[in-house]
Design a protein around this ligand. Structure first.
Ligand code: MD6
Ligand code: FE
Length: 213
């Protein structure tokens, strides 16, 4: 039974006053999640975005939900349309929405209803430099992040870019929920090591769900 799977999950790890690491939280829905993401990517393909400074990002990116996060020479922002297709972003798979709402509630954020899910695919060597997530309207809303595929080392920094980050190992199925006083902490991902995941092969996928608008 699914309920038994939840019973066997390791205890949540507290990362900060507003943040928890729910190890294995997404495992019970891994197939439904991956199917849902595959459907999204068939309509809104992964693509390489450039930073406002003109640097190509090492991750490949797409989105689903009412709003999608984009980056180009004009800046970072949310958009109702996929610039690649000119179409609205594909809807957020119901299983993903439900997982995010449940994980947020478990972390103390009741009634989280995300309107944006950013999909980042990391091939071996891809990384994410230290950054803050600050393109959303309301920093009182938490962020839920789901890791799938190859493991990665997450850098969990502080309020200043220069604060030395903690290293948090993230595995397939792990979920991070963060908000409150941690909402604007710097964070990033070390270069992903090559490997082979039974379901995803040689990639890591990270889903970040936000209430952006
Ligand atoms: C990643 N995650 O795990 C990158 N941002 O690949 C993020 O940048 C992130 O996990 C905000 C909140 C949670 C996250
Ligand atoms: Fe981020």
């Amino acid at each position: 039974m699914i309920a038994d799977l939840f019973d066997q999950l390791p205890a949540p790890l507290v990362l900060g006053a507003g943040s928890v690491h729910l190890r294995g939280y997404a495992l019970a829905e891994e197939i439904a999640l991956l199917t849902g993401i595959a459907d999204v990517l068939a309509l809104a393909p992964l693509r390489q975005m450039v930073t406002p400074g003109g640097q190509p990002m090492s991750v490949l990116t797409s989105s689903c939900g009412a709003l999608g996060w984009i980056s180009d020479r004009r800046g970072y922002r949310y958009s109702e349309h996929d610039p690649h297709t000119g179409q609205p972003w594909p809807p957020m798979p119901a299983v993903l929405l439900q997982l995010a709402t449940q994980a947020a509630a478990q972390a103390g954020y009741a009634d989280f209803v995300p309107d944006a899910c950013l999909i980042n695919q990391y091939q071996p060597g891809a990384r994410m430099g230290l950054h803050q997530d600050r393109d959303e309207q309301d920093f009182n809303q938490p962020i839920v992040s789901v890791s799938l595929g190859l493991p990665a080392v997450f850098l969990w920094g502080g309020a200043r870019r220069s604060d030395k980050p903690m290293r948090v190992p993230l595995q397939h199925g792990d979920v991070l929920v963060w908000g409150g006083e941690d909402r604007l902490r710097y964070h990033g991902v070390l270069p992903v090591k090559a490997g082979s995941h039974p379901l995803l092969g040689n990639v890591r996928i990270n889903l970040t769900l936000r209430k952006a608008g």
